[in-house]
Ligand binder design. Structure first.
Ligand code: DNO
Length: 381
């Protein structure tokens, strides 16, 4: 399971009781672009091992927006990134997750969308999102990114909902902004978006490949592997380019830097929000470079809305995915780190405030279901 560090409401003890042997975490107190010092890494390892678990995956060693844009201190940030890889490897760590999404790591319009049983899920409502972009942010040129029907629908929904709802959507849409979760004004957001104004998808992809050409040799030298997380949701948002959304993006990544150290954090939930992504085929094709798995499910509709379904429900056939994972592990003769990504907020957690998607009980339920599925499939083969 993922642990956000000493300030996480979900403790290492809770994670242990959920049945985890490994913990996925990061040194969230260190700003993107800085070196992760050996002592901080060692201290984190000590805390995890004291609870009978190991630190299996780093999620994430963040890539700064300067690196993504090749602006400001990007060269220094790359040098620091290499040093962090060396420090992490010296402490015995093996897998680094990162993403190359500009500005926002993930986007949902609602973080407490009620399921029929009263549990709460993360949700992306297309009309709310379009309204956020066009009527709240008032991003110049935003109208061009949507169809006339979409804008009409967004306008209708915007007028039918109250200012409290608009404020909630505004806040939720920005939760994926690193750092503070409060107090962003439309002007501040537009300024961040503007910094990517001159960068299209092809350029951003080149920046990713140039970054990888620098860091992958260090990984090869130290026995580390990199695992890129796909775009969430998997298409351009707010005028920002997105470059890790579909099968072609994975093929381009593999072609640009063929080393298997240039690998994937295969997130079934992120890819799954797009109907043209055939998750099982993608997993089969790129299985050799999968170093980490996020198992999650989404339920889409035809309007572009999706909510995060229970792990074994939703549009992705988790049985087929797990069958492929079990085959992959046996072919490569390894045990791949995987975690239930997100979970419903349910039972006692309904009264707690946790990181969106990262309450304990819903993830424990997902983990139990996924582990049972894995065991059943592997024993049955
Ligand atoms: C969201 C997560 C992402 C992920 C990063 C990896 O719940 O899956 O925030 O950690 O994109 O860099």
């Amino acid at each position: 399971m993922r642990w956000y560090g000493p300030h996480d409401v979900v403790s290492l003890n809770d994670i242990r009781q959920a049945g985890c042997a490994g913990v996925v975490t990061a040194l969230h107190h260190i700003p993107a672009g800085d070196v992760w010092p050996l002592n901080d890494i060692k201290e984190r390892i000590r805390a995890i091992e004291e609870h009978g678990m190991t630190w299996t995956v780093i999620e994430s060693l963040p890539v700064s927006d300067d690196i993504k844009r090749q602006s400001g201190n990007w060269q220094e940030h790359i040098a620091n990134y290499k040093q962090s890889i060396r420090n992490l490897a010296a402490c015995g760590l093996k897998v680094i997750t990162y993403n190359f999404m500009p500005v926002l790591d993930w986007i949902r319009t609602d973080i407490s969308y009620p399921m029929k049983d009263g549990a709460l899920a993360l949700y992306f409502n297309r009309a709310d999102f379009v309204a956020f972009d066009v009527f709240q942010l008032k991003r110049p040129g935003a109208e061009k990114d949507y169809s006339t029907e979409e804008i009409k629908e967004a306008e209708k929904q915007f007028h039918e909902t109250d200012p409290a709802h608009h404020e909630k959507v505004f806040r939720n849409c920005l939760l994926g902004l690193p750092g503070s979760t409060e107090g962003f004004t439309p002007e501040m957001v537009l300024e961040e978006l503007n910094k990517y104004g001159h960068i299209n998808a092809a350029q951003l992809k080149q920046h990713l490949f140039e970054f990888l050409r620098e860091v992958i040799p260090v990984c090869e030298e130290t026995g580390m592997v990199m695992a890129i997380h796909p775009d969430d949701p998997p298409y351009p948002v707010l005028g920002l380019p997105r470059i890790m959304s579909c099968e072609q993006d994975l093929a381009d990544l593999a072609d640009a830097v063929p080393s298997v150290a240039n690998g994937l954090c295969f997130c079934t939930g992120s890819f799954g929000a797009r109907p043209d992504n055939d998750i099982v085929t993608m997993l089969r094709k790129f299985g050799d470079r999968v170093h980490f798995l996020h198992l999650r499910n989404t339920k889409r509709d035809t309007e572009g809305n999706f909510y995060e379904a229970a792990h074994l429900e939703g549009d992705t056939d988790m049985y087929e995915v797990m069958k492929e994972v079990v085959k992959l592990q046996s072919r490569r003769n390894i045990s791949l780190p995987m975690r239930p990504d997100h979970g419903h907020q349910m039972l006692d957690d309904l009264h707690k405030t946790t990181f969106p998607g990262y309450s304990a009980i819903g993830r424990l339920k997902g983990l139990a279901e996924l582990r049972g599925l894995e065991l059943g499939i592997s024993r049955g083969l």
